[in-house]
Design a protein around this ligand. Sequence first.
Ligand code: B4P
Length: 191
Amino acid sequence: MQNIVLFGPPGAGKGTQSAFLVDHFGFVHLSTGDIFRSNIKGDTELGRLAKTYMEKGQLVPDEVTIRMLEDSANAHQGAIGFIFDGFPRTTAQAEALDQFLEGKGQSILGMLALEVPEEELRTRLAKRAETSGRADDADPKVIQKRIDVYNEETAPVAKHYQSQGKYKGVQGVGSMEEIFGRLSAAIEGLS
Ligand code: B4P
């Protein structure tokens, strides 16, 4: 089974590229951000809790996020492989994911990390705010907080995969098609 972590800061293009990768490779896409937003829309207990963190640009607590991710993965028993988008975002989440997959006799094949300069991230998220209706895109202070949280809490997750020889940096600036080409080549190079 091919399980891939698509990594990168907020606005790096994880969600955008996941859609292309699902079409091309047939992965099941698990985006923790999308699952939280769907719970917020449905006004569930989980959604109400997640909203209090997301609107401030903070991470939703590990315990809640890990349980939700495992439930979502378990709901796709026949998957040929998962693309994990926005998860893991902390080292504790990365360790929990390893354990969860190990319990199923599986593992992560590779982490593909989209590399995009901060100025470009701010520009992309501010532009998306014009159409997304996302409260966390609308306020430049919240965008900055998300970038800061990424640098402090999420960027260290790369080391977890580097130490396993599974990390691959991918240039995330260019046309969506060019970046898809780079990611596809990186996936085909994994074994
Ligand atoms: P996410 O939904 O993961 O939001 P994100 O980091 O902003 O990434 P997203 O996928 O939306 O953006 P993308 O790069 O595709 O998380 C939202 C919040 O949920 C987090 O802040 C946190 O509070 C919570 N959360 C989620 N997962 C969590 C976890 N594991 N633990 C704890 N909390 C968690 O795209 C951005 C924009 O760039 C798009 O508008 C796109 O059109 C544009 N774009 C893409 N590619 C481009 C290109 N090549 N050129 C120009 N623009 C491009």
